[in-house]
Design a protein around this ligand. Structure first.
Ligand code: BES
Ligand code: MN
Length: 450
């Protein structure tokens, strides 16, 4: 199809795509332990139904305790390449509903050109971009397409490697499109060429065999919560750079920086609050490590008693730059914390989950096809290569399993999408462009041949 034909075809299917996105977003498919995984099954079923309706041969696959993934396939016309389209149908927990501006995070609401709700961007919009591209081409799909929609990405893709191994013959493709990243800005399409890895660990600090009266014993016996705070404070140096020694600290391979005013505003940094760390912002958030305390197990402030706590626990998360590996980085974190036990406190560090960073070479015909598609869909705007500080650990698995395939990581989110937080949203006009770009990409890849 020509560009005007595809544009018209896409315009015709967009209202249905929007409705199906809302229906998917109504399913609270959280794969975290403790959540009702019946919803994850329902979102897998709903995804399977959407793919079947496009004429795909569909199966729902699962490994052991893992969550269901959906694989849909349409074979390639003779001589045409096969494209694997990836997204995930699980979402982050919504957190406290009262921190959202809508009553129910799982009931999508449109305001000012954005659709709000948990998962409407990350990553149910990814699923629907794939469906939109299929619908735009209808029965005249120019390439073979395999859609792979995972069900536990937000919980670390624990069974991903096994799923790939088990279904490798079905998933083999010339090009892999991962619609689970962000664009550089509204109006500025991007291809993501590096992502950080992640190491999440629990650190437990113990100082006493039991809680005691803070007046009777305070002053000479250390409480575990204060000891934990002192320990957590060692994760950064005075400058706010990560103080864990041995982690990779490279420079982002882009000429420009993220303007700091824009960064402050997009991140919501309050007036007067400093940014932390040194070097360019793009280095700090894309290729250098970061360290964050995600949560603490300790008495709540309001209900706490006048007592010294015998033990306290935190979840610490570090993002690791391209060049590091998850196992080595965990050992460095563990060594850092164990060797800095304040006041001789007992410190125990255990791994929660981790994932590897990745770097992608943005060259070759697949990248030219993608840049042409993005440029056309964004009315001539030149696509940029960006890094992302977040993690998609399985990209490294894809790279190892299909070393010949071109991997394209495309944007569904924009800097205001607030994925993982309250008021997650999708910019609807940008989403329409992402759908058009994906439909065009399939045509461009067909024109390039196998
Ligand atoms: N879609 C995100 C990755 C991402 C983050 C892309 C920020 C663009 C901007 C993905 O779903 C995600 O959140 N991944 C987790 C991975 C973890 C569970 C191993 C993350 O980064 O926290
Ligand atoms: Mn995602």
């Amino acid at each position: 199809m020509t560009l005007p034909e595809l544009r018209a075809a896409l315009d015709a299917v967009l209202p249905g795509v929007r409705k199906d996105l809302e229906d998917l977003a109504r399913i609270p498919s959280v794969a975290f332990p403790g959540f009702d995984h019946g919803h994850v099954q329902r979102s897998a079923d709903a995804t399977a139904a959407l793919l079947r309706a496009e004429g795909m041969e569909v199966e729902i696959v699962q490994v052991g305790e893992g969550q269901p993934a959906v694989i849909g396939r349409i074979p390639a016309p003779p001589g045409a390449p096969t494209v694997l389209l990836y997204a995930h149908h699980d979402v982050q927990p919504a957190g406290d509903p009262s921190s959202w501006d809508q009553d129910d995070p799982f009931e999508p609401v449109e305001r000012d050109g954005r659709l709000y709700g948990r998962g409407v961007a990350d990553d149910k919009a990814g699923i629907m971009a794939h469906v939109a591209a299929l619908r735009a081409h209808g029965s005249r799909l120019p390439v073979g397409v395999t859609v792979f929609v995972e069900g536990e990405e937000e919980y670390g893709s624990a069974t991903f490697d096994e799923l790939i191994e088990l279904h490798k013959d079905k998933l083999a493709a010339d090009v892999i499109v991962i619609a689970d990243s962000a664009n550089w800005a509204v109006g500025a399409p991007a291809l993501t060429t590096s992502l950080r890895g992640i190491v999440n660990a629990f650190v437990e600090v113990s100082t006493l065999s039991h809680a005691v009266h803070s007046g009777m014993f305070g002053g000479a016996s250390p409480d575990a919560l204060t000891a934990l705070c002192r320990l957590l404070a060692t994760l950064h140096d005075e400058n706010g750079d990560v103080a864990i020694e041995g982690l990779s600290r490279t420079s982002a391979g882009v000429p420009d920086d993220y303007p700091s005013d824009r960064f402050r505003s997009e991140a919501g940094v309050l007036d007067g609050v400093d940014l932390i760390g040194s070097d360019r912002i793009v280095d700090r958030i894309w290729t250098k490590p970061s360290a964050t305390v995600l949560g603490i197990d300790a008495p709540g402030a309001e209900e706490s008693a006048n007592a010294l706590q015998p033990s306290a626990r935190a979840k610490v998360s570090i993002r690791i730059g391209p060049g590091d590996r998850q196992e080595g980085a965990f050992e460095l974190l563990k060594k850092h914390l164990e060797s800095r036990a304040p006041w001789g406190a007992q410190v125990r560090v255990t791994l929660d989950h981790s994932g590897n960073p990745c770097v992608i070479d943005p060259s070759g015909p697949g990248y030219e096809a993608a840049r042409d598609a993005l440029r056309a869909a964004w009315d001539g705007a030149e696509p940029v290569n960006i890094g992302i500080g977040g993690s998609i650990p399985f990209i490294a698995t894809f790279q190892a399993a299909f070393p010949e395939a071109t991997i394209l990581v495309t944007g569904i989110e924009d800097p205001d999408s607030r994925a993982h937080g309250p008021n997650e949203s999708l910019h609807l006009a940008e989403f329409a462009k992402a759908c058009l770009a994906e439909a065009l990409l399939l045509s461009n890849l067909a024109a390039g041949g196998k």
